[in-house]
Design a protein around this ligand. Structure first.
Ligand code: 9MR
Length: 385
């Protein structure tokens, strides 16, 4: 029996079915989720971005906001409020708290299955005006009371909702500062008021944070703190002193603000390993890699390639140290990066202002993918990955 003759109509149907199938194919491919940083990150590591809740979630800057938020949700599983938890924003007047920006970050994170890194409680910069004014006459006791009330209130509000807190930020000066590497007992109003024993105040800041949220992992955090240098030596000594004193210090964060103007200190992994050997967690908390741009405002091919190498080197150090809990970029797109406002430099993040992925993004994705065989926790250092 021969098959029924194909009618014109049937042929037309077949042809259109083929066309439909051909059309379906790319759609079906698109439906298969593309890998993202988040989907490729080993289960025992968080991949994060800073986000400014007031600007980027509550939307005072509307530029590309929907797309920005959708990338933020799909690429990252950890968010750090870039400014919303700083004194200026969260505690703008004595006795007045404004949690709107911080709440927005926490709510966005929870809605998207992300976690939050708290930033920051004790810092010399971005203190509210009232703190700067009042601190002129503070006794140490008064400074302690103000700081304790602040930490108890802010950490307490988000207890159970923040997995890591940068308790103390940038508390050491740099080598090039007046007086060299030492605690910032001049610029930091709290350390200044308690300059006779600043370490006791720092220890208590951690104790107050721990009392307010016993689950949170509590960090020291600084820039120029990637490699082994005078500043990280000072942190290492401080960490030992605090731990010997029973202070609930749990982590050391290297911010990772690099510039291609300077070399890269490859001792970052060794630095992380020495803090990990003290029993601390470590993290890259604010990674970006800026560079001086030419007159056209564009980076060269070499700069673009070198940026990818530097981002990747920081991530690799984190992946190679089992105690490294999170790798956070300080914003993911050039439009929202803090860098152009501060330096005559730019191109610091992993995506352009139109969210085009740079080679830096690809490098991070590749390293994360390589580190996640079968989605199992990453292999301990020393073993083949
Ligand atoms: O990215 C932040 C920028 O929007 C603020 O204006 C600036 C104020 O000092 O702080 C920036 O974030 C800093 C972070 O809180 C601590 N480490 C250095 C970061 C870049 O300056």
């Amino acid at each position: 029996m021969s098959r029924p003759t194909t009618t014109k109509r049937a042929a037309a149907v077949t042809a259109s079915a083929v066309t439909a199938l051909a059309l379906l194919a790319p759609a079906a491919q698109a439906a298969r989720p593309e890998p993202t940083l988040r989907s490729q990150t080993p289960v025992d590591l968080k991949i994060g971005s800073a986000v400014w809740g007031q600007r980027d979630l509550l939307g005072f800057d509307q530029k590309n906001l929907t797309e920005f938020q959708s990338i933020l949700a799909s690429e990252f599983d950890s968010l750090t409020p870039e400014n919303d938890m700083k004194w200026q924003e969260i505690h703008p007047e004595e006795g007045v708290y404004d949690f709107s920006g911080a709440d927005a970050v926490v709510e966005f994170a929870q809605a998207n299955g992300q976690e939050v890194r708290g930033h920051t409680l004790l810092w010399h910069s971005q203190n509210a005006d009232w703190v700067v004014e009042a601190s002129a006459t503070w006794t140490c006791e008064e400074a302690r009371d103000v700081l304790e009330e602040h930490i108890t209130t802010v950490v307490g509000r988000y207890a159970g909702e923040i997995y890591e807190w940068d308790v103390a930020n940038e508390i050491f000066q740099d080598e090039w500062d007046n007086g060299g590497v030492r605690l910032r007992t001049e610029a930091n109003p709290f350390l200044k008021a308690c300059a006779e024993d600043p370490v006791a105040l720092i220890g208590d800041a951690f104790r107050w944070a721990h009392a307010a949220d016993p689950e949170a992992v509590l960090f020291l955090n600084d820039y120029n703190a990637e490699g082994i240098n005078t500043k990280t030596d000072a942190y290492y000594a401080l960490a030992q002193e605090l731990l010997a004193d029973g202070v609930p210090l749990h982590g050391f964060g290297a911010q990772g603000h690099l510039s291609l103007q300077y070399g890269f200190d490859t001792s970052i992994q060794a630095n992380f390993e020495r803090f990990a050997a003290l029993g601390l967690k470590v993290a890259v908390t604010e990674a970006d890699v800026r560079m001086p741009l030419g007159e056209d405002g564009e980076p060269t091919e070499e700069q673009i390639a070198l940026q990818a190498e530097r981002f990747d080197a920081m991530l690799e150090a984190c992946l190679n140290v089992a105690a490294c809990t999170s790798f956070t970029v300080w914003g993911f797109d050039d439009a929202r990066s803090w860098v152009p406002g501060v330096f005559p430099e730019g191109y610091a993040t992993i995506m352009t202002e139109d969210f085009e992925k740079k080679p830096s993004y690809d490098a991070l994705l590749e390293s994360l993918t390589d580190a996640t065989p079968g989605k199992s926790p990453r292999t301990p250092p020393g073993l083949n990955r």
